[in-house]
Design a protein around this ligand. Structure first.
Ligand SMILES: [Zn+2]
Length: 457
């Protein structure tokens, strides 16, 4: 079934809310703009959805056929794999196409071998995926002094967002090479000094888990490029192909059972329907092996105090919270308080807003600005720094789960948490742009992550 990249304009915010709740369209939550005639959002929709939207009074600007163009991206990736040097170098900087599932794993293993073995360690995640793949992460850090802050970088959660694992592999390759050669890293107009890189590796622990959903990535790269979820088999009695899979980034244990917690009128971008193409939350919180692996990292490495989850697209750096707008005046108005069940997830109201302490918000925003400035220094793209909540709230996401851990259990570390949505909505196939553009994105996000690791205390 063809899915089109499109810009959709609704006459008001209520019409935009209906895009998700009524029309089940895939929207890029943070691309909403006020335009002549209403509000416009970047989106992906099937032919049937576009026809229904037009009949309902929406203006739809149809862009490329995402599945047809996705087949072109798939062919480019296969051509890159067939090149003679493909599995030898594994260098993202030298590459001409996206790394596939096996290459990501091979690059991680290579990054843990000599001469990097003095400061890296390969971590085997305990939960095999539905298709029996084993995932790995990489710990980077030399020394073991108490109080070292941990920084956790996650990628590849959403299958079609092909660039995130490549970004993290590039980040690892660049950082390890700079450390072993005592050289600075220069990206655009920004220079990361050799002394700063040495300090990161010798006084902090980095945990890089680049490919959290390999089953989904393989399916998106080989079959259906727009696939987002994992590959959990469809429940009995659900035979349509889209009834496979769970959205890992709606499966975390944060307000997971959203019908209980949210206002029935909230345009929350979550679904309890296994056949939802995008945002099925799964049969239980943390039901999926991919989610369990991502959580296992937090539990196993309790010094993790910073977390970045890479996604695409819209050129955004998002900080907590995603369930409702932030407030700092009423600590009792929070996600654990049952008195507010049924009231969450409405934008621009006062019935419920999520609590974040003023000091925490300042740290969250300051670090987001560090990333934004370093991204801009690469080639001038300006990522917006903003709260994750938009017209479309979320529940069960990694960033809110990570920051909620210390509130639910005071013995756990406070984890400042971000989602980066890399890449412009102006790119064709913005979830997996043509690789020459992706390489520029890889550079700019790597720059942001380096600045983040240096600034995180
Ligand atoms: Zn995503």
């Amino acid at each position: 079934m063809s899915r089109y990249h499109a810009r959709i304009t609704g006459k008001d915010q209520a019409a935009l809310a209906d895009l998700v709740t009524k029309h089940k369209v895939t929207v890029a939550r943070h691309t909403i703009e006020k335009v002549h005639g209403g509000y416009r959002v970047d989106a992906h929709a099937t032919n049937a959805q576009i026809k229904a939207l037009e009949a309902d009074g929406y203006q739809v600007e149809r862009l490329e056929d995402a599945e047809a163009q996705g087949k072109v991206r798939q062919a480019e990736t296969r051509a890159q794999l067939a090149a003679p040097h493909a599995l030898d170098a594994l260098s993202v900087a030298a590459g001409t196409g996206y790394l596939d599932v096996a290459q990501i794993e091979a690059a991680l293993a290579a990054a843990s071998a000599a001469p990097n073995d003095a400061f890296t360690k390969l971590i085997k995640l305990p939960h095999p995926t539905w298709e029996k793949r084993t995932c790995h992460a990489l710990k980077i850090g030399k020394g073991s002094a108490a109080g070292r802050p941990g920084i956790y970088l996650l990628g590849g959660v959403h299958a079609r967002e092909w660039g995130s694992p490549d970004i993290l592999i590039h980040f690892v390759q660049l950082l390890a090479n700079a450390y072993t050669t005592h050289k600075p890293i220069k990206i655009g107009s920004r220079t990361f000094k050799a002394a700063d890189i040495k300090h990161v590796i010798e006084s902090k622990d980095l945990y890089v888990f680049p490919q959290a959903n390999p089953d989904g990535r393989h399916y998106s790269m080989s079959t259906e490029s727009m696939w987002r979820k994992n590959r959990r088999p469809a429940p009995a009695g659900h035979s349509k192909p889209q009834c496979c899979g769970v959205d890992i980034n709606r499966n975390y244990n944060f307000l997971w059972n959203f019908p209980q917690y949210f206002d029935p009128e909230s345009p929350i971008a979550n679904s309890t329907d296994p056949c939802d193409y995008e945002v099925y939350i799964g049969p239980a919180a943390e039901s999926e092996p991919e989610t369990k692996n991502a959580v296992w990292m937090f539990d196993t490495y309790p010094n993790i105090r910073y977390f970045v989850d890479l996604h695409s697209y819209s050129e955004d750096i998002l900080y907590n919270w995603g369930d409702d707008e932030n407030q700092s005046g009423h600590p009792d108005m929070n996600f654990q308080n049952v008195a507010y069940d049924g009231k969450r997830g409405i934008a621009n109201d006062k019935a419920y807003r999520e609590y974040i302490a003023t000091a925490d918000k300042k740290i969250a925003v300051d670090l987001a600005h560090e990333m934004r400035d370093a991204i801009k220094a690469s080639r001038g793209r300006v990522y917006k720094t903003e709260q994750s909540m938009s017209l479309y709230p979320t529940a069960g996401t990694s960033d809110d789960y990570a920051f909620s851990r210390h509130i639910v259990d005071a013995k756990k570390a406070k984890v400042f948490s971000y989602t980066i949505e890399w890449g412009s909505p102006d790119n064709p196939t913005p979830f997996h742009p043509p690789y020459p553009e992706m390489k520029q994105i890889i550079d700019e996000v790597t720059s942001g992550l380096l600045a983040f690791c240096i600034a995180a205390k």
